[in-house]
Design a protein. Structure first.
Lengths: 240, 240
DNA sequence: TCAAGAAATAATGAATGCATTATTGCCGAC
DNA sequence: GTCGGCAATAATGCATTCATTATTTCTTGA
């Protein structure tokens, strides 16, 4: 049984604009695609679950054709896997998948940082500074939820400042795949990681202010590498 | 009118394995997807052309449903664009698109080089060395066609050596989008670029031998940056 | 009682049909 | 002769239907 109806907005909340097909849902297929993606990314379906076409069709009030078109796209994005004659299943993330995805994110963020330094305006830097201090304030208050929110916004702003739509959409796709895994980093070791991450963000902001592209790229890559280590080292605890 | 029937193999020739859905065509949809992608990448449809569903269906001997599913996926990959109630069109590459794609390729190749140095075996390095010398031999013979072939193989090998499926499939998608644009670099200035590229490849091989990951990444990024400049500076000549 | 096999049921994959929208061709007006 | 509007045609988007495959359930035998 499904848990709740998929959201009705094509891009809910703070989700970054999807690079290539950004503007409103032109066709029914497009709208279904966005809603289904959100539905899956938000974790309404467990990893390994088969996707119930019938129920989703009734829930969305559509026929199977546009739904199945969306499933094919989501499979191409890596969120689902298609088993022959057995339909679509929610693709789980193995430890190896996590490593790979974090590394790719590192490469993309490094690129974003480098490009951003070539194009970013003073205003944009000021915005990121503000987000940085908001995030810091969450850090000292131990508000992990808020911290993550600002953290994501900062990285999104950097990607946006890179002025590269192809990068933005690729980054967004990777983010979707990773977001299904909620990393409730609450172990004792993760507190050390938290302060370390905060220090790294100081460096990020500093390099950005100086518009030191290659240096910022390197910092961001290492930032993601460290995040990767923190996540995969405690992957044995829980994975969903 | 269409030019010839789409290829029947799902991955013709030296195309790298598509990361996520690598193994043989499980469903009809999958096979159609591969054949259509090759058909488009090989330039059988002009940029801006609308994709004739009817003809393609007859040509492939299938109904519109699996074809349209494939079109949706190809649109998500960036090869096509879907206009509401006006079907799919082959997406052309603007100068801005070229810049963006080359930069993303630079970021991905930089990452690939870095990761490759962490995992590559001596045998793989030897293979790449061989390809490098084959490529050099083409260079001295002014065999541009052969040069490009070996060039691509080298870059593919580096990506493969990175041992990262997510990277491989992302890279493959970008390659597909770029391959539609045939860069027959035959201007007078491009000869200078050619020798410059050859020198850069010497550096690539050198850094790879030393397994100097970050250095190799930097070289590869600049390599792509230079390629980008060479291509976009003469973008006014011809674009297809 | 349990296991193995067969029938019944449901789900998937693909084809076809229908309503809507775009495109083309034609006619008349200026 | 050309421009603008209207009908005819074709194409698209989605729903529905059909065949095939998987899954469940029921039966039968040990």
């Amino acid at each position: 049984m499904l848990k709740s109806t998929p959201p009705t907005a094509e891009n809910s909340g703070d989700e970054p604009a999807r690079g290539d097909s950004a503007r409103g849902p032109a066709s029914l297929h497009d709208e279904i695609l966005g809603r289904l993606r959100d539905y899956i990314v938000e974790g309404n379906l467990e990893a390994g679950d088969r996707v119930p076409e019938r129920e989703l069709c009734e829930m969305l009030g559509i026929s199977r054709t546009p739904l199945r078109e969306a499933l094919k796209v989501l499979a191409a994005e890596g969120l689902l896997e298609l088993l022959p004659n057995r339909g679509a299943r929610v693709r789980g993330l193995s430890a190896q998948d996590l490593i790979e995805l974090f590394d790719v994110m590192g490469g993309l963020e490094a690129l974003a940082g480098r490009l951003a330094c070539e194009a970013i305006t003073d205003d944009e830097i000021a915005e990121i500074e503000k987000l940085h201090y908001d995030m810091y304030s969450c850090y000292v208050r131990r508000d992990m939820h808020g911290y993550f929110r600002f953290n994501q916004l900062i990285h999104q702003k950097i990607v946006a400042a890179a002025r590269n739509g192809a990068l933005a959409s690729t980054y967004s796709a990777m983010t979707s795949r990773l977001r299904r895994a909620r990393f409730t980093a609450n172990t004792s070791r993760s507190r050390d990681r938290w302060s370390e991450a905060m220090r790294e963000h100081e460096e990020i902001l500093d390099a950005l202010r100086r518009r030191a592209g290659p240096e910022l790229g390197e910092i961001l890559f290492q930032h993601l590498r460290n995040k990767r280590s923190a996540v995969t080292s405690k992957a044995e605890d829980q994975e969903s």
